[in-house]
Design a protein around this ligand. Sequence first.
Ligand code: SF4
Length: 380
Amino acid sequence: MADIITTPRSLMVTRQLCAKKRYLCHHADGHGWDVVNNGLSATDFGIALHEMLAQVMTSAEPLEADQPPVPVWYAIKLSKSALDSHVIRERRMLLDLLVYGWRKYRLPSILSAYNILTVEKEDSVVFDPEAYLPGNLAPSLKALKVPIRFDVVLKLKADPDHLVILDWKTTSAATQDWNNALDNSLQSCIYVEAARQLYPNKYIVGIGYEGLVKGRVEVDGAKSSPYNGLPIHYGSFLYGWQAKNGSTYKEYSTGRTRLFLPPVCTTTEEAFDACEAVYGGLEMFFPNTIPWKPKDAASVVAQQIVAENRFMADVELYEQLPEPMKYLYENTLFEQSLDACYKYGAKHACMCKDICHGGVVPSQEPMVFVPRVSHHSEIE
Ligand code: SF4
């Protein structure tokens, strides 16, 4: 087989979003740059949630089993952060209740239909150009190696030769297009082709996404709110509105005050019940898709083989340029997607905007960026 390019799927997504961002965050100066933050990111929340859910699946116990605790590393990070004590309690409570709710609403039906084959198992697959590209193109291309860690692989009880890949996804809201966006996503295509390679004698039913709606972090701007000025999870089930007569509602209207619903010093079950009492059932915060297999998965893999070969050839070319030439060619070789700079709204600008648009050089003062230590593509 030809030389190999190793690229995690998340880096393909970044390249599709903006080639310049992919270069700056994962290849620049041999390591890529990352922002200095308070040590606690949305990614940390997602990792902690996955750890707790993986524990649930590893024990494969229904709701009566012990609720897995919030990971110690996350609790320490939270306590060492500069976050307000309410926000720290909110983050811990949200992790705890999302896991509890998923166990309550989703786990029983999953366990009734499936047996668990693997949980968070590390693997990798190599997509060979000869297998995915026609004619004379393949011999000139390097193969694409992709590290794979399926959240859970399930075996259908009715037919153990049928496998489903389960994937947990946090989302800010349960919108109609949530599953549409995932059905034909790069992840679905890569996972289906990877599963076919890892389990060649099984029938891959598809990828089933399990949503957990966590809301979106935004500074509370409500003047009457006790949390005014704090970064809370809007749109999660943790908050309701209290009228002057003490009644609690899920919708705002004039005169109501934002209320954190889980009472202090209660069990997880009591805290969840307190949220359910206001929302009248929290199923909508745990959406899911049927297992789905995109029909164009193989052609998407072919696209990625070609795109990664092109991108890594540009990285190699750029790194060989003499220093004075480099900065002249950076934006030419690594196309900027200027429409992506504020893709997630004005409050969530791309971390590279000060480099691209503010004249900041990562390796110089002010040190707003630090070298990234992992997850960069490489040619073996
Ligand atoms: S600021 Fe915009 S152009 Fe620059 S890397 Fe980010 S998305 Fe790309």
